[in-house]
Design a protein around this ligand. Sequence first.
Ligand code: ATP
Length: 775
Amino acid sequence: MPVSTRSQASAIKGGDPGARQWSSSAARVPMSAPGRDAAGRRASLLPNTHHGLKEKMRALNLFYEQHKQMLASSQGGAAMRRSRTIPHANVGEDRDENAGEEEEEGEGARRHRDAFAPLPEAAVLRDRENNMGPPEARAPSKNDKVVVFSRPPEPKEKENVALAANVMSCPVKKAAPALPALQARKLSLGGGIGGKLKAVGEMGAANADATGSRIMVFVRLRPMSRKEKEAGSKTCVKIVNKKDVYLTELASENDYLRLKRVRGRHFCFDASFPDSTAQAEVYSTSTADLVEGVLQGRNGTVFCYGATGAGKTYTMLGTMDNPGVMVLAIKDLFLKVRQRSYDGNHSIQLSYLEVYNETVRDLLSPGRPLLLREDKQQGTVAAGLTQYRAYSTDEVMKLLQQGNQNRTTEPTRVNETSSRSHAILQVVVEYRYMDGTSVVTRVGKLSLIDLAGSERAIATDQRSQRSLEGANINRSLLALSSCINALVEGKRHVPYRNSKLTQLLKDSLGGSCNTVMIANISPSNLSFGETQNTLHWADRAKEIKTKPLTAGNEEVFKAPDSDTDQAKLVLELQKENSELRQQVVKQQQKLLTVQAQSLAPNGLPQQCAAPSPHITTTPCSTQRKVKRSILDGSCFSTPNSKRPADNAMVRDLQRKVKTLESEIEKMKKEHFLQLKQRDEFIRGLINRKNSNDPEPATAERRVITRASLRKAEKDAGELKSPSHRFTSPVPTAKKRTFWDFGGESPSVLAGNGRKTRSHVAAETPIRVPSMLLQV
Ligand SMILES: Nc1ncnc2c1ncn2[C@@H]1O[C@H](COP(=O)(O)OP(=O)(O)OP(=O)(O)O)[C@@H](O)[C@H]1O
């Protein structure tokens, strides 16, 4: 709480009667004090030369005590409870000066003071020379700026309200309905979660299944960066008890007008992580329960929110040494699945997308922007998004890495590797098990979201591309805050459709989903505005209630009992099977068509590898670090290849082509080497012959010798060179078709028993000399 000192000082100096009264030593005993004799009264009116602070303080305390007693006797116990003794140890010098002014305060101000300041256990955040430290560590001095915070909120009291109204620039919060604080969050996730949830509950979380759960909000403070240290920034955030966050705005030393106006604010979250908190602790406190819930068939969402460079990506992804929430969640998920695999079947599918400049892109298989559509069962889905079925953690890690390489990151003034997009990793876990004669299927979805940084344009960069990105990021985050507001206020219309991000988050914010928000903040006073903003929205998000948690996404399929029912089932399954077969055949036909088109001369990958003019003119292509390889299928402009279903096939095909090409190259090299060896061998023979036979050998003879020798070698079955498998483009050679490379090609057994996959190879006699021989 801010303690105004300027006005008090001036009141005393300026001859304010009230102030003068308390500044004189006469004030030690109030005028109205009973039993005060005339001599004493005279003496007290004499000016006292000792204006020591301690004396003033003592006088004040005495008066306050008496005043309190009087009030208590006149108004009863209620008033007594409100007026408490100002603890001497907890107030600094500013408090003393303030005392003189108290009489001049209005009724409202007194009520405010009574409600917040004179609390015996008030937390005092002291900042000496702008240096944070525990309040008890030092004695107060003239340079100290003291912020007195009220106690943590009582159930019916939202402590930030009054403070915010007077001090903060954030929107003032209306007296919100009291949160059911200090209740343990019950997710009914089973087993061993209870204890952990209770611990979280003790820290302030509250939730209830039947009435709907609320979003759990955590705050993570990152360590001061080197850049911030070099810029001489000071710490303005303090986390106490792994729950309370104290934010102090430190006045500039040169700002004389506001030198003593220190503003502070206190927030309380489900848990707050100081800068030294390990990734594993963040995961176990915030996300581990959600993973368990997903295995039970419930949806869960974790999203990181905060200013640019506040540590969102670090929290979500982490580093190789310190993996973040995404990685730990995936590992945990696979571990748990493996532990339970004895009683059922699990399948894990994942997708990874980004929202960049209000377009949705598939990070695992980059291509065209995806369209969002509403699905009654699945909620908002990105049409055509690739779903990968994963079988191990390593596989997921590779996919994650691949996705992150495709993610749009750019250096900004604040962060070297700033994420310019919102990234959403979705893991769908399907669990199937037999319950008696029924087959039960549970589906749970875990969404892990790394939002782009909320920032002012000036904080990042005002240049065109960055500011366009910034505008879009802010647009989506603004839409997010509008949705939060609407949800908190219980409005019927929640503007999810204002941005792609909120459309995708619709389930997490307003659906029946366990949602966790991790607000990332920087400790630096240079980021005070951003930190305050982040904490404000995090505080607001605490009040969002999601829909009541139902029994999970469970589907029960009852196996038929009688023989006729079973026969029916068999028939149905056979029908389904044949339909699927037909679909496979259709897909294969499509694949062949795509294969043919991709191998057409103008569609060769080498030609497409260079970025097309279209690519270079798109706004993101100059800056975006999107990997464009021939494997992503983006270079094929045929209509078929644009279909997402075909993309995978094309990619597969391209992979095959690449493998075969590399094989050809390898064999060519081998062939060349062998030819060289044979040349040398022939040369050696000729030389030996020449040394025996003085007749000069002609060039013609040499050539003939070589050819006949080759034939002889071949006939002898010694020729192991793969040259017979690949032929040079001799005039009779056919143009290569896709059959030459496809796995389905009519293979031919070559003379040496090896399979050839080329028509040319099959039709061309093996003795056709290689290009390498035709000097
Ligand atoms: N808890 C932490 N411990 C150590 N280093 C951290 C921590 N949090 C963040 N950092 C470091 O701070 C820098 C910025 O973090 P990060 O990239 O995660 O920020 P961000 O919020 O994702 O920013 P943007 O929104 O611009 O992408 C990184 O170098 C990161 O390693």
